[in-house]
Ligand binder design. Structure first.
Ligand code: KG4
Ligand code: ZN
Length: 343
């Protein structure tokens, strides 16, 4: 069964064609990042205008890469939310138009659940087949620019939220800290690069606490970084402005503190639910240090940690097509009333 997936929840415009939920025939992602860079974050109006202009082209490229025609497609799967309203509408309108004109079914999928499904896609270069057999239930951790959420996943149509961020998302904190340190957007890859050469013990940002054990909070550490930078505190003492070495140390300390929290909460969720499978997806999951730490600090040896392959951590349509296939097989259908679900 050929599924055409469409993803437009933020600044990316992505279309992918996936066979039987696992064989990736095409994987096209176009980002409007360069138009947002000077503002230090994604401007929704700019994102949706560009998506409207290029989505036809992205669709053509995906069909060409997969060497298929529109009439070969059996199902349309589209991100319904959460995300930016205008951007989501661009994808949903295309999905509905294709479904109606081709006379094929349509399913809307949740973007966060698709980030978890991404861990079950194999990179295109390695002969595609499912990376890990899906064994339910598992604990799912989504760490992206807009969300930080822990889920109990009984099946892809039975997912329960266990905890989420009370303020900034994890990726958002990386983006803001990069900005505070005088770097561009997106901040995640930049902080990762800086942190690699920094000493995380030169400065301390304390630990991150929340009232409910499985919730997250990242605005406090972001503010602590801001104070450290503004007041030239701690190890910086008398210096007027930060050196690049200072910035590397701050980035390393920030990154370690955030990752310690993610590890502690994710493993707590596994213990609480007595599950030894943890699936991790979303843009921040592309970070090498995070992957290394999760594998080093497992707590108990039976725990298995599954990361999405790097190319499927950030937003893409293969994960949307894959999840759409699974949900369709379970009987889910949407009709032309399908609309945006922001939350
Ligand atoms: O999943 P994603 O592409 O979009 C959302 O659904 O939000 O995630 C984007 C986020 C950005 O905040 C970006 O800074 C972060 O993922 N990110 C990273 C890395 N690569 C992307 N954060 C930390 N380390 C990285 N290597
Ligand atoms: Zn995402």
């Amino acid at each position: 069964m050929l599924v055409l997936g469409i993803e437009t929840s933020c600044d990316e415009t992505a279309v992918s064609i996936v066979k039987d939920g696992k064989f990736i025939l095409s994987h096209i992602v176009s980002s409007s990042l360069k138009f947002h860079k000077k503002y230090g974050g994604v401007i929704p109006e700019i994102a949706s205008r560009i998506q409207l202009e290029i989505i036809g082209l992205v669709l053509d490229n995906a069909l060409r890469q997969a060497k298929v025609k529109l009439r070969d497609i059996h199902l349309i799967s589209v991100t319904q939310g959460p995300g930016l309203k205008g951007s989501l509408l661009v994808g949903i309108c295309l999905a509905k138009a294709l479904s109606y004109s081709l006379g094929i079914p349509l399913v809307g999928v949740n973007h966060l659940y698709a980030h978890l499904y991404a861990a079950f896609l194999k990179p295109q270069k390695q002969n595609a087949s499912i990376l890990h057999p899906v064994v339910f239930p598992f604990i799912g951790l989504v760490i992206s620019g807009g969300h930080t959420s822990l889920f109990y996943v009984k099946d892809f149509n039975a997912i329960k939220l266990l905890g989420e961020t009370l303020d900034d998302a994890c990726g958002e904190a990386f983006d803001k800290v990069a900005k505070i340190l005088g770097f561009g957007y997106p901040g995640g890859p930049l902080i990762e690069k800086l942190a690699k050469k920094g000493n995380p013990r030169k400065v301390s940002f304390g630990s991150i606490r929340t009232r409910k054990p499985l919730d997250f909070s990242f605005s406090g550490i972001k503010t602590a970084v801001l104070y450290t930078v503004n007041k030239n505190k701690c190890f910086l003492k008398t210096r007027k402005s930060l050196t690049i070495a200072d910035k590397k140390d701050i980035a390393a300390a920030f990154q370690e503190t955030v990752f310690n929290t993610l590890i502690q909460k994710a493993y707590s969720a596994c213990r609480m639910k007595q599950i030894d499978r943890l699936v991790i997806g979303g843009g921040v999951a592309a970070n090498n240090r995070l992957r290394e730490k999760f594998n080093q600090e497992k707590g108990h040896k039976d725990l298995k940690v599954y990361f999405a392959a790097k190319e499927f951590c950030t937003d893409n349509a293969a994960m949307v097509a894959g999840l759409g296939y699974i949900l369709f097989k379970k009987g889910l259908r949407d009709n032309l009333d399908l609309t945006v679900r922001i939350n």
